[in-house]
Design a protein around this ligand. Structure first.
Ligand code: MN
Length: 254
């Protein structure tokens, strides 16, 4: 297999190193941000130059976002000879439920899927010190299976691995987790206020059977969640007929 690896924790992160080792024997390309880019979501750099640093054979760092890294990996480094799969991670920490909207790890994989390559984002839900080996080996096995299945449409799998050895995995839907609504205000040394998003407590995961949160935290299983690239809410689309903004005619929808 030819694989493109990336992440949002930076090219030197231990989780990415573990992925490289797990794909031993494959043609492994790395194109990742040159520094930590967690919670950067799907940002792409369109208004400044990007620099590509070659760290070794097939090993590259970009001074940009995770999306920039995968974009350059596919449309520059591997142009004309696309990889069989893009794998992003192993992230330092989980990307469960609504985390997927903020995650640079998920975005890097999503960029691969949007550009037509089957993609996997893998995150480890373990506090430091983390051992990324088990998560990386599971991701590699899943990547092989995904490649062998010859998916016809672009596919994006979000994978979260519980701490410890992998006992098994489960297909799971996105759950729901809350980080609270706290914004902390403090004063900087120059006397000006600054703000910090997020409270100090751990996120609260709702108990939702079949969810990724339940699989990882209540059942100790790897959660595998396929994510849509077309984010259209089909149910709400059907219901839009009930909305009637005054003075504007509505044409039929799809
Ligand atoms: Mn990260």
């Amino acid at each position: 297999m030819r694989v493109l690896l990336s992440n949002d924790d930076g090219v030197h992160a231990a989780g990415l190193r573990a992925l490289v080792e797990a794909f031993d024997g494959d043609e492994v390309w790395v194109c990742a941000p040159d520094r930590e880019q967690s919670a950067s979501s799907h940002a792409i750099s369109l208004h400044r130059p990007l620099r590509l640093h070659t760290l070794g054979p097939r090993r590259h760092a970009v001074d940009g976002t995770p999306t920039d890294a995968v974009h350059l990996g596919l449309n520059l480094l591997l142009r004309g000879s696309p990889p069989d799969v893009v794998v992003s991670g192993v992230n330092h920490g989980p990307n469960l439920a609504g985390d997927v909207h903020y995650s640079g790890t998920v975005a890097a994989a999503k960029e691969g899927a949007l550009l037509g390559v089957p993609a996997i984002a893998v995150s480890l839900a373990s506090p430091p010190p983390q051992d990324f080996g088990a998560a990386a080996r599971f991701a590699a096995a899943l990547a092989r299976a995904l490649h062998a299945s010859r998916p016809r449409a672009p596919i994006l799998l979000n994978v979260n691995v519980p701490p410890g050895p992998v006992r098994g995995w489960r297909p799971a839907r996105l759950g729901r987790r809350s980080y609270g609504d706290q914004v902390t205000e403090k004063t900087d040394p120059r006397g000006r206020p600054y703000f910090w998003i997020g409270g100090e407590g751990a996120p609260v995961d709702d108990d939702i059977p079949g969810s990724d949160c339940n699989a990882v935290f209540r059942e100790g299983l790897v959660a595998v969640t396929p994510l849509l690239l077309d984010g259209t809410d089909q149910r709400a689309l059907a219901d839009l007929g009930r909305l009637a903004p005054a003075d504007y005619a509505r044409e039929p929808g799809p």
